[in-house]
Design a protein around this ligand. Structure first.
Ligand SMILES: Nc1ncnc2c1ncn2[C@@H]1O[C@H](COP(=O)(O)OS(=O)(=O)O)[C@@H](OP(=O)(O)O)[C@H]1O
Length: 400
C-alpha cells in the first residue's frame, strides 16, 4: 500500500514538474516578452540561465518519475495476496442446497475438490457400472446415490425443483462434509448425458463449471446391439423387437440405425461436438477411455483406471492394488456372439464409420475399430454369416 501511495505521489509530482508553464494573459500584459535578440552573443547571454533551469527541472522530474514508477511497480508485484481461508469456504459449502450457493462458496481458486468433482459417462453399455463400483471403493471418492441421477438431462423447471435433492441426497453433500468436504471427490455416474447433447452440456457448465468429465467409448456397433439386448432382458414387460424377432431383423430397422439410444447413440464425435461447443475442452476438462482397453485384461483395466485417477488428481495407489476380481464386469449380459447377415452388419458399420474416423482425428486416438470391422467383415464373407461378439477379443491399436 505504501509503495502504491508513494508511486501515486511521485507520478503527481512528476506531472507537476514537467508541465510547461504558460503565462496568463494578465501576466503577458504586465510583463511583455522581451524583444528578439539582436546578435548571437546577446542571444547566448540571454538564453543561458533559463535553458539550464528548464533542463535541470526536466532531468529532475524524469528521475522522480522513474523512481515513483519503479516503486509502484515493485509494490504491485510483491503485494502478497491474502491467504484463502479454505476452512471457511468448506464450512459455507457444507450448508448449501443449490448450485448458486456452491458456486459462491467455491468462488476463489482452491486446492480441494468441489462438488461434484467429476462426471463419468460416454453411453449406456460402456462399462460405467464397473467403473462406478471401482471408483466407489477409492478412499478419496464418495459415490452418488443412485449411480445415475440423470439430473442434468431434466428440463430446467424440474432441475430447479429437484436441486436440493440432487445436491444434498444424490451427490451426498452432507456425508461428504462429515468425511471432510474438499478431501473427498463426489461425482455423477449418468452414462447418457453425452447423447443428450447441448442442453445437458450447457446445464452442467452453468451449474458446475469446474467439473471434470470421463468418457468411456465402446466399439459403436457392439454398444448399440448390447443396449438393445439390455432393454429386452432387463425390462421384459416393455415391448422390444428382440422379444419376437432375431437380432438380425431388429438391427436393420430405421429406428435402430438412427435412434439416439441405439446406433445414433454410438456417434460419439457428433455428440462430443455439442459438448465442445458448450465450452468443455478435450484433455483439460475431458478424459477419454477406450472400453476395449478396460476389458482386454486386468492389466488393461488397471492402466485405464490409473490414467483416470491421474486426470482427476486423485491418489493412483488403489489402481496398483486391484485384484483380478476387482476388474471383472459388474453386469455382463453378452456371452455368445449374435448371428447377423453381412448386409445388416455392413449397414451398421457404414452408419458409424465416418463418425468414428472424425472422433479419432479430433482426439488423436486410435480406437482400432476400423481394423476390427474389416476383420469381422472378412469373417462374414468366409462363413457367409457374421458372428458378432459384443465383447470383442483384444483390438490392436497404434499410437497416433
Ligand atoms: N471389466 C469388464 N470386462 C468385460 N466387460 C465389461 C467389463 N466391465 C463392463 N463390461 C461390460 O460393460 C457393459 C455394461 O456397461 P454399463 O455398466 O455402462 O451398462 S449400463 O448402461 O449402466 O447398464 C456390459 O456389456 P454387455 O455384457 O454387453 O451387457 C459388461 O459386460
Amino acid at each position: 500500500m505504501c509503495g502504491i501511495g508513494l508511486g501515486v505521489v511521485g507520478v503527481a509530482a512528476c506531472a507537476y514538474l514537467s508541465r510547461r508553464r504558460r503565462p496568463s494573459d494578465a501576466e503577458s500584459t504586465r510583463f511583455p516578452r522581451p524583444p528578439p535578440p539582436q546578435s548571437p552573443s546577446a542571444t547566448r547571454r540571454k538564453r543561458g540561465p533559463s535553458w539550464t533551469r528548464r533542463h535541470s527541472a526536466l532531468v529532475l522530474s524524469a528521475a522522480l518519475c522513474f523512481l515513483a514508477l519503479s516503486t509502484a511497480l515493485r509494490a504491485w508485484q510483491f503485494t502478497p495476496t491474502p491467504p484463502i481461508d479454505e476452512a471457511a469456504q468448506v464450512a459455507r459449502a457444507c450448508g448449501c442446497a443449490s448450485f448458486a450457493c456452491l458456486r459462491s462458496a467455491f468462488a476463489t481458486p482452491s486446492s480441494y475438490f468441489k462438488v461434484p468433482h467429476f462426471w463419468i459417462g460416454g453411453g449406456q453399455k460402456c462399462g460405467t457400472t464397473t467403473l462406478y463400483a471401482t471408483l466407489a471403493r477409492h478412499p478419496q471418492i464418495m459415490a452418488p446415490e443412485p449411480k445415475e441421477p440423470g439430473y442434468f438431462a431434466w428440463p430446467a423447471p424440474a432441475r430447479l425443483a429437484a436441486e436440493r435433492w440432487y445436491v444434498r441426497d444424490a451427490l451426498r453433500l452432507g456425508d461428504a462434509c462429515d468425511r471432510g468436504l474438499g478431501k473427498v471427490a463426489t461425482f455423477d455416474g449418468t452414462a447418457y448425458y453425452l447423447q443428450w447433447g447441448g442442453p445437458v452440456a450447457r446445464a452442467l457448465k452453468a451449474s458446475a463449471p469446474w467439473a471434470k468429465i470421463v468418457l468411456v467409448f465402446r466399439e459403436p456397433v457392439a454398444r448399440a446391439m448390447s443396449w438393445l439386448q439390455h432393454m429386452a432382458m432387463k425390462y421384459p414387460a416393455i415391448p422390444s423387437c428382440l422379444h419376437h424377432r432375431p437380432m438380425d431383423c431388429c438391427v436393420q430397422q430405421s429406428w435402430f440405425l438412427s435412434g439416439v439410444h441405439h446406433l445414433g447413440g454410438s456417434k460419439y464425435y457428433k455428440h462430443l461436438k455439442d459438448w465442445i461447443d458448450a465450452g468443455w475442452r478435450v484433455d483439460d476438462d475431458i478424459h477419454v477411455v477406450r472400453f476395449e482397453q478396460m476389458i482386454e485384461s486386468p492389466r488393461g483395466f488397471r492402466d485405464a483406471y490409473r490414467a483416470i485417477l491421474d486426470f482427476l488428481g486423485l491418489d493412483p495407489g488403489p489402481a496398483a492394488n486391484m485384484t483380478r476380481d476387482d476388474t471383472q464386469p459388474a453386469n455382463r449380459r453378452s456371452v455368445v456372439p449374435y448371428n447377423v447377415s453381412r448386409r445388416a452388419y455392413e449397414a451398421m458399420v457404414d452408419e458409424v464409420r465416418q463418425d468414428a474416423a472424425n472422433l479419432e482425428e479430433l482426439l488423436g486416438v486410435d480406437f482400432g475399430w476400423h481394423r476390427y470391422w474389416a476383420r469381422q467383415l472378412a469373417q462374414c464373407d468366409r462363413d457367409r454369416l457374421c458372428r458378432v461378439p459384443l465383447l470383442p477379443p483384444p483390438l490392436s491399436v497404434r499410437t497416433l
